[in-house]
Design a protein around this ligand. Structure first.
Ligand SMILES: C[S@@+](CC[C@H](N)C(=O)[O-])C[C@H]1O[C@@H](n2cnc3c(N)ncnc32)[C@H](O)[C@@H]1O
Length: 341
């Protein structure tokens, strides 16, 4: 199996299990994002989505349901081998064969980080039950190395919404509401992943220059976004018609072209984020808190000022005040904060 090499990235038209075994060295991939075939009858899939099939590329290869468990074990074993220690893997899966994917993952050393629910706007039509509108994204890591997680790549820790919620926290909740892309009149794979979804995973879990792998390229969405964000890509697609149409899109991509479209996070300039509180820190917090209270300054303002002075976020200050007895003191007990430690 010879690769097509474009933009320093390799794309193979062939089976990912034997293809990875022959062509991807151990511990060489930083991030895998992949969306395996669903193991449900292909024609049924067409009916479910009830869309104009004229623009759907022929040749999507399905895996018969009875082979799905074995198939999942084989490709996930390969994924485990090629990931570097500390590398991350995101597997997008429907519900039907989720159990096979979970069982296969449990037979490896890969460790669960999050089970993400991706909610989208493309429900299957039903009359007698609820409308299905989510997928599962299994986010795992290969133990043994430092995992990339770019905490402030999208929202700074101090950025807030109008109703004072942390944008960073909201973005990192494990339910993602991202709509599927509707591309009228464009050639597509049956189930292309939306660019926004891929950008999110790639931003949090890799850096520029990292190698991003997709075992099931389909419409090459993962590869397109990876290249657009200045990462390198490698991947497999078994279907020849799919491969041949989509590789031409990759030829036309300008690496890095998505970088300028990214939101610029306002990075927090905290000096001590996450640092353990020392006795001195807590004494200072206690003293300064009481001084500011006695001046009649509001709690919100006090917390903001103390956060700046102590180089910590609002949550850290609030937590330290609460944990160390501030609330009891406020209710009239004699103890000061530093007496609690
Ligand atoms: C769900 S689609 C991937 C969609 C892709 N993530 C996208 O956004 O376009 C799964 C793809 O895997 C391909 N496939 C099936 N078996 C394969 C195998 N053994 N090796 C490589 N690709 C395979 C199918 O032809 C199909 O295009």
């Amino acid at each position: 199996m010879k690769p097509v090499i474009l933009h320093n990235s390799k794309f193979f038209n062939g089976d990912c299990i034997s293809g990875a075994a022959k062509n991807i060295p151990d511990n060489s991939v930083d991030l895998i994002i992949t969306d395996p075939p669903y193991g449900i009858n292909g024609d049924k899939l067409h009916q479910h989505y009830n869309r104009n099939e004229e623009f759907v590329v022929e040749g999507y290869v399905e895996i018969p349901q009875k082979e799905y468990a074995d198939f999942s074990e084989k490709w996930i074993k390969e994924a485990e081998r090629v990931l570097r220690p500390g590398g991350s893997i995101y597997i997008v899966s429907g519900y039907t064969n989720l159990i096979d994917i979970l069982n296969a993952l449990r037979k490896t050393s890969l460790k669960e980080i999050n089970h993400i629910i991706w909610k989208y706007n493309f429900g299957v039509f039903t009359r007698q039950k609820y409308v299905s509108s989510h997928y599962h994204i299994l986010f795992y890591e290969k133990p043994g190395g430092k995992r990339t997680f770019n905490l402030e790549s999208r929202f700074g820790l101090n950025e807030k919404s109008e109703d004072e919620r942390s944008l960073n926290n909201t973005d990192r909740e494990d339910v993602w509401i991202i709509n599927r892309e509707y591309k009228p009149g464009q050639i597509k794979n049956k189930n292309e992943l939306p660019t926004k979804l891929l950008i999110k995973m790639i931003q949090y879990s890799s850096n520029e220059g990292d190698l991003v792998c997709d075992f099931f390229l389909g419409g090459f969405s993962t590869a397109k976004v990876a290249l657009g964000l200045n990462r390198l890509a490698v991947g497999f697609e078994i279907s020849k018609p799919m491969f041949d149409t989509r590789i031409t899109y990759i030829e036309r991509i300008k690496p890095g072209s998505l970088v300028s479209t990214l939101r610029q996070a306002e990075l927090s300039t905290l000096e001590n984020p996450g640092k353990t509180w020392t006795k001195e820190d807590l004494t200072r917090l206690d003293t300064e808190y009481n001084q500011l209270v006695s001046k009649g300054i509001t709690k919100k303002e006090i917390i903001a000022r103390l956060g700046k002075e102590l180089g910590r976020g609002r949550w850290a200050i609030e937590k330290a005040l609460k944990k160390n007895g501030f609330s009891e003191k406020k209710k009239g007990t004699k103890k000061t904060l530093s007496e609690y430690i």
